[in-house]
Design a protein around this ligand. Structure first.
Ligand code: ZN
Length: 81
């Protein structure tokens, strides 16, 4: 599940980059790029958040987000399973 979410996050991020580039081109033709690049920027943010949530996890003690592979929380110092 985590792997699928990780790949989905990367895919949405890349899609957002491509949509933004296309939006910039369309925007330059139309004269304003705000409306055409906004969907791409939103996809970039969504993809980044999904990816970020797959590479981090909440600490079992203080609930701050730490790397998924961390053995010790760098916020409170507690050992992670
Ligand atoms: Zn902690």
């Amino acid at each position: 599940m985590r792997l699928i979410a990780n790949l989905l996050g990367r895919l949405i991020f890349c899609l957002g980059v491509m949509t933004t580039v296309v939006g910039c081109v369309i925007g330059s033709v139309l004269g304003s790029s705000v409306g055409t690049t906004l969907p791409g920027a939103a996809l970039i943010c969504l993809g980044a958040v999904i990816y970020w949530r797959t590479v981090t996890k909440p600490c079992t003690q203080c609930l701050n987000r730490i790397k998924s592979s961390a053995r010790q929380c760098h916020h409170c110092g507690s050992a992670q399973s």
